[in-house]
Design a protein around this ligand. Structure first.
Ligand SMILES: [Zn+2]
Length: 76
């Protein structure tokens, strides 16, 4: 019997992640915030939620996350 060794090749992640943009000017806020956050959707969400909470006094919640996700735009 021969033992076949399955050479697992690490497949390089091919997906070029699209960057998303969160423009704070589009987000209703009292201060005239002009911040723009760009990155992958996950990165932007992470930072944008943090920003919304710390700078805009929003409550961190799944709802807020969804709201922000909804206003993300493709970078272009
Ligand atoms: Zn802001």
């Amino acid at each position: 019997m021969t033992t076949t060794e399955t050479g697992k090749t690490k497949s390089a992640s091919t997906g070029q992640k699209k960057r998303k943009v969160a423009d704070c000017r589009l987000f209703p806020s009292e201060k005239q915030c002009t911040l723009t956050i760009a990155g992958t959707e996950e990165e932007v969400l992470e930072v944008a939620v943090h920003h919304a909470v710390t700078s805009h006094g929003h409550k961190s919640s799944p709802e807020l996350r969804n709201q922000i996700r909804a206003m993300l735009k493709d970078e272009g």
